[in-house]
Structures are given as structure tokens and as C-alpha cells.
Design a binder for this molecule. Sequence first.
Ligand code: CA
Length: 234
Amino acid sequence: MSNNKFKILVIEDEINICNLLDTILTTNGYQVIIAGTCKDGITMMLSNVPDLVILDLGLPDRDGLEFIREIRQSDVTPILVLSARNNEKDKVKALDLGANDYVTKPFGNAELLARVRAALRNRRTTEVEGVGEGMFTLHDMTIDYARRMVTVGEEEIKLTRTEYNILEILSQNPGKVLTYAAIIRKIWGPTDDGGIKKLQVNLANIRKKLGSKPGDNKYIINELGVGYRISEEN
Ligand code: CA
């Protein structure tokens, strides 16, 4: 299937990375436009209306985090962050500001393309929100939102209220890493102490009930030190 209806804006100042991204994405049928600074990125964002932004955080004029902060005031276009360092703090900040996902440099082609597909899928789900039939399926798992019911194969999975709510939030954000803080805020409110421990315990229970083995990424992927995401590939 051709991807060329999708336009991807790459905001990156390193020419080698720009060329690499251009090659990978163009070869796979995406349309690529490139900005070398945050300022040009914002201009091209408005004039070209891309379907996805791939954003380097270390830009010559401004911090990429500022791009996210500015764009997210009025725009929901998926943003995939390129992070040079394995810097959890920057990733968490980017995600909390509204980035959808991140890829750490150096990245593999397959990984990058998988993240791009997932982010674009997320965009489509966001657009049709509310008109779906209220079901989410991933592998053999189904979530029926109206009945708050989760099944794996034929078997109904008994989740606690909190466990269900966490799974529902993750499933409604495919292709997006939700940071620990973002999930905790949604489940227990902004002032909760010790939320991360509670979240980890709940996540472990959800995975166990779904039949996931430790370290198994079938339904939920643990992004160590950052947060959780629902698995992308059906
Ligand atoms: Ca850079």
C-alpha cells in the first residue's frame, strides 16, 4: 500500500540525520519536508499542514521542547521526538508537553517506521473518536468500553476498577507513550503520593490477568523510566 498521502515534516539540523530520514521515509512512500530550525518548523507546520512531525530536541535556535509547547496550544498533529541522548528527563518532558512518542538516536529503520505507522494510526483514531463502535481489539484481547468488559479469546478478564481504567486510558492512546505522571494524574488525581508504586503494582496485575509473562510486550510495553504504551501491532 502506498503511504504517499502522508506528509511528514522533519525538524532536524543534522544534515546526516535529515538525509537518512528522507531516504527511509521516501523509500517507504511518505512525502518528506525538512526544516533545519524551530522557527522554520513552525512556519512549515502552518503552511504545509503535515500529518506527522519528527522533531529533534536539540535545534540551533530554540529547544525542541518549546516547539511542542507552542504547537500543542492549538494543534494535535502527532509529534515523534528524536532524542540524541538516552535522557529520560527530556523524553518525559516532551511526552508531558504533548509529544506522542520518541525514538532514541541512533535508531534502526524498522523501529523508526513502526513508530511512524503507530503515530499516524493514532492520528486517525483521534479523528474518528466517538464514532467507533466502542470496541478496542489487540491480538486476542477485546475491550468493550460500553460494558467495561475485557476479554482474551473467549475468556472474560476480571479487572478491578482501577486496573480497567488504566487499561482503557492506554488503549485509547495507541502509538503514544503515556508517562507515569500522566497516568497517575488521570487515575488518582494530581496530588497523589506514591503513585508510581501503585501504578506499577496495578500494571503488573493487569499483565498477569491478561496472561502476559514478565518482559512480554504482547499488550502493554513498559518504557523503562518513562511510562507505558499499548502495544501497536495487531
Ligand atoms: Ca540537533
